[in-house]
Design a protein around this ligand. Structure first.
Ligand SMILES: [Zn+2]
Length: 252
């Protein structure tokens, strides 16, 4: 293993044994952001470096902004688990993963400190530039595994990252209006929302049935793009924000 870091951003090597080869020809096209979701940073780092856990990430960012590189970017780290985006299911092979220290929803979810976000932002910019990762492929773990994951969650400041040039972002549409669709509903309007979610990348079936999978995807979408209200219910603001995001994609 290389003892130098891949990034030009200030970082230290802290090797994890948990990685494998990327398949031949697999290009790095996505950047996945996580929170650690453990009571302490130390416990989280230990877990990511313990061979028996079979989990890891390329980078680990402390709350004070210190960056560790645990897995070389050329290697396949084990951070995504069962996940899907735009039909791609082997996300680990095609991505770089960053673990951001935060106890998470289970252990005392709290705001991400400014210096931590500045470090994540610098690191993400560097990674995206070196690999040519598109802004809309900078995603939350919850985006690619909505039924299992909530990280990095609704407190993660995607808007601040976007201002620094990281990720695809639009101003969320204001909350209000009469539209209301939720689990159990069915029909053409549900199908239309599912189609838009799929177009953006979420793994839902376009069935016209508002099922649990759709609710999870809507919840993940809200956490990332309309964090003011995360309830899994499709309202006017959710639809409008999704529409704005799609419309802001190049060539759309
Ligand atoms: Zn995660």
């Amino acid at each position: 293993m290389s003892i130098s870091t891949d990034t030009s951003v200030k970082a230290r090597v802290h090797p994890s044994p948990n990685h494998g080869a990327r398949p031949d020809g697999a290009t790095i096209a996505m950047l996945i952001l996580h929170y650690t979701g453990m009571p302490s940073a130390e416990a989280a780092l230990q877990r990511l470096c313990d061979p028996s856990t079979e989990v890891s990430a390329h980078y680990f960012v402390h709350e004070d902004g210190q960056i560790l590189q645990c897995v070389p970017e050329s290697r396949r780290a084990w951070h995504a688990g069962k996940s899907t985006w735009k039909g791609e299911e082997d996300i680990n092979s095609r991505s770089i993963g960053i673990e951001i220290v935060n106890p998470g929803h289970e252990w005392g979810y709290r705001p991400f400190p400014e210096q931590q976000i500045a470090a994540v932002s610098d690191l993400a910019l560097d990674i995206c530039a070196r690999h040519g990762i598109a802004a809309w492929n900078v995603l939350a773990h919850s985006d690619i595994a909505p039924d299992r994951k909530e990280d990095p969650g609704e407190l993660f400041p995607w808007e601040a990252l976007a201002r620094a040039g990281v990720g695809h972002h639009v101003d969320p549409a204001p909350i209000g209006g009469n539209l209301f669709m939720q689990e159990g509903d069915a029909g053409q309007p549900v199908e239309a929302v599912q189609s838009m979610l799929v177009l953006y990348g979420y793994g839902v079936d376009v069935s016209g049935e508002f099922d649990a999978t759709t609710r999870h995807a809507v919840t993940a979408f809200q956490r990332h793009f309309r964090p003011e209200k995360v309830d899994g219910i499709v309202d006017q603001s959710t639809v409008e924000t999704l529409h704005r995001l799609l419309a802001a994609l190049p060539g759309f």
